[in-house]
Design a protein. Structure first.
Length: 349
């Protein structure tokens, strides 16, 4: 992966507009903006069958510590279901907004997330990726993604920013809980359009989940099951989204980048084959996803060939690395951002 500064690629606005139009034409001519309804029908059906099968196995196994293995299985399934909700939120699955939203609400209810709240936040992220002030994905109280953010921390949050590279993955254990809580908060604040529907879905999820766990399992085993399930779900979700932008250039007001460069220069792809595609739900093609967010997941790998060649031809840095190396970049960036805070702590009497 090569490092990039926004100032590295400066051109006239007219040329920028023409470039993205040219790229879009290439993508359309390749048929990569077409829907893949059969793919999604198969994917959704297999997910729901596996999910239902997991609960059948849960009941059959009964009160056993072997249930912790199923907790890990459900962490994987919750993430795979969330990936479908993500695709529905981007209108990748159906032409109809109603059909996409129905799919999104269903999958949000299955995992206990507010679909409407997530779509609102994620839309803001896509509009301004890695923007210090406008991207909610880099507005996290416990972390600092730029030195300006770090200097704005106080008290315990400032201490966390100093050593954030060391606590980043442990913090992801709480991401599942955060998704639940943020959804509930959005509903209580009336920040979602379909408040009654989302309230009913979240209530149904919590009731069914806790009833199943504590009817089948003893209190101690049930608590352990929830901790393992929710913790691993958070780690899986966070580990799927973190490599996409963290450690890439941070932007601020007046950056001057056009849409094409803003999306490419702040995004990172993760190399890999079918296993990576499955494990990351297509998020490993983050550059292509940000350029064409409505593109169906299975088309992203084909679009990558076109986009990568196009960027090379127009001298736009295209960031791509292996899965584990992507986490290295994330941790290196977080450690670098915290360096001035650690230096200040060392220098103080």
């Amino acid at each position: 992966m090569t490092s990039t500064r926004p100032s590295d690629t400066v051109a006239t606005p007219l040329r920028h507009s023409t470039e993205f139009a040219e790229l879009t034409k290439l993508i359309k001519e390749a048929g990569l903006l077409k829907r893949r309804r059969v793919y999604y029908l198969v994917r959704i059906s297999l997910n729901l069958l596996a999910f239902a099968g997991g609960w059948v196995a849960f009941v059959h196994l009964g009160n056993s510590w072997w249930q912790l293995l199923l907790a890990a299985f459900f962490a994987m399934m919750f993430t795979q279901l969330s990936f479908i909700g993500h695709d529905a939120g981007h209108k990748q699955i159906f032409r109809s907004h109603r059909a996409n939203n129905a799919t999104g609400f269903l999958h949000g209810g299955l995992v206990g997330m507010s679909y409407g709240s997530w779509v609102s936040v994620h839309t803001k992220h896509h509009a301004n990726p890695n923007h210090e002030d406008s991207d909610p994905d880099v507005d996290i109280a416990a972390l600092a993604f730029s030195r300006a953010q770090g200097h704005g921390k106080r008290g315990f949050l400032r201490w966390m920013a100093k050593y954030q590279a060391f606590i980043f993955f442990p913090l992801l254990l709480l991401e599942g809980l955060n998704l639940h809580v943020s959804g509930i908060q959005a509903i209580m604040k009336r920040d979602v359009k379909h408040r009654i529907l989302e309230s009913a879905l979240l209530l149904a999820h919590v009731t069914a989940y806790l009833t199943a766990v504590f009817v089948v399992l003893s209190p101690l085993t049930g608590i352990a099951f929830i901790a393992v399930h929710q913790g691993l779900w958070g780690v899986y979700m966070g580990s799927s989204f973190a490599p996409n932008h963290k450690g890439m250039p941070m932007l601020s007001d007046g950056h001057g980048l056009d849409f094409l460069r803003k999306q490419v220069l702040t995004s990172r792809n993760v190399r890999g084959g079918p296993v990576t595609d499955f494990a990351l739900g297509g998020l490993n093609y983050q550059i292509e996803h940000h350029l064409f967010p409505g593109m169906a997941r299975p088309n992203l790998k084909h679009a990558q060939v076109i986009v990568r060649e196009f960027c090379a031809r127009h001298q736009i840095d295209y960031a791509e690395c292996g899965w584990m190396r992507s986490y290295g970049y994330v941790l290196e960036h977080l450690h670098s951002v915290g360096a001035p805070l650690r230096a200040g702590a060392t220098a103080s009497p």
